[in-house]
Design a protein around this ligand. Sequence first.
Ligand SMILES: [Zn+2]
Length: 567
Amino acid sequence: MENFKFTTMEYSRPDFDSFKSKVQSFTKKLSTVNSYEEARNVFLDYDKYSCEFNDMITLANIRHTIDTTDEFYDKEVEYIEEVYPTVMPIVLAFSDCLYENKFRAEFEKEYGKQLFVQVELQKKSFTEKNIPLMQKEAKLCSEYEKIIASASIEFDGKTHNLFGIMTYFENKDDSVRKEAYKAYASFYEQHEARFEEIWDELIKVRNEMGKNLGFDNYIPLGYMKQGRTDYGAEEVASFREQIKTELVPFCQKLYLAQAKRVGLDKVMAYDEKLIFSSGNAQPIGDEDFEMKVAKEVYHDLSQETGEFFDYMERHELFDLKNKPGKAATGYMTAFNSLKAPFVFSCFNHTTYDMEVLSHELGHAFAGYMAMREQPISDYYSESTDIAEIHSMSMEQFLYPYAERFFGENADKFRFSHLQGALTFVPFGVAVDEYQHIVYANPQLTPKQRTAEWKKLEEKYMPWRDYGDIEFFAKGGWWYHKIHIFLYPFYYINYTLTTIGAMEFKKKMHTDKNKAWNDYMNLCKVGGSKSYIETLKFANLSIPFEEGSVKNSLSYAIEILNSQLEKF
Ligand SMILES: [Zn+2]
């Protein structure tokens, strides 16, 4: 397989029946072993086999997002989502057997205790009763995704998907930005009725899952599904509070300075992305140019990142250009059996492209390192509250190379990106609080939920003003956030990890070698430790602790403050 290429990888429908019987035979073997060595061999064989099986599913999912209009993969993904939950009890039986194994102490000695912490989490978060609910959830999510992918908005004499229309949010012409925003709003407004129903059903389905596991609602289960073992809703609430006091006032200052800079009375919602009156930085070349620059940059950054980039290129593990029918998203995933990351996005010739080339490739690099460093696939990836540190820190590490992407506008890129990174956080915690509110209060009507979002905007984004764009003005902005529908309780991760990334930025400034060393350690450790343990291992602070937000953000705030008048 050393010479595989993504485009020629052969897909065959995963055989769930033979998977089930094979896993059952592993379980049987594991329960009758006589030595640790035997037990370990069974475990490693199982690990290898399940990686290969899951990689076929990954392949179907990737090809489906590359062309959502391809009926073949559409059907395959639908089939997989339908059948997949039925193998869960059999997989869990294997995990159970490992968990109860008489050689557990030896396993812990060799692989650490995190393996069993994960199994425990898996056990606690699963009940067979939830299988039909999981199937229903997957159907609702894929319907939402289809509606989003089907977006076809006429604007500026062209037809755009959602990513395409967003390009205009940075346009220098005030009326173009506003009209593009209106067009964007009208897409969500058109689908509001169905979105309301999908969301309502998702909340019900998920809360029922939580109840089936003995919880009041979905929230504790949502936390478990995010792999959280050493903090809960209370810690997260205290983090949101720190953001409100430490960051929200500074963001307000940023927007006041921005209004002055671009010559507006006030930065309206549709002006937020216009950081400079002369327009934002744009890549100085086309998509091929951007890829060529990215290659140079990754080679320059370190030997490991250079090798990584060449590997990705050699095996065609990028699909980054925008094409009709592509899902409007960006992500990194991996073929574990091949130790191969994969990166997907829709380039749109704005600063977003460089964000993809740093953010998603940051994820991919971390995966690439962990897959080579860690002995078992359970440790190839980490919980997402760690994973986004990899990606967001990579964004910061590439700042010194911005000239190569943006030429003389590199400073503008750096300023606007850093401002964006910080002003994002209040929005991010609002998304998180919104989810807590709706799952804890399932009696809210769809319109009341949207009103709750409006209140959160007032609390965390007091600068936000949509003017006469009715749909957003009454609270409709939350609809555009895919994560709220598809990945419950994921979003706070981006904000927790911004803190880690800003800490790395600060460290890069004071001690570059130490910063890179800590970063490499963070990547290599993968998912072999818990959240807090991982942060400590990489010499990062714990965001819930009093003062941590203030301390981590201080350098970034200092830079922005010193440049408010520069442009
Ligand atoms: Zn990410």
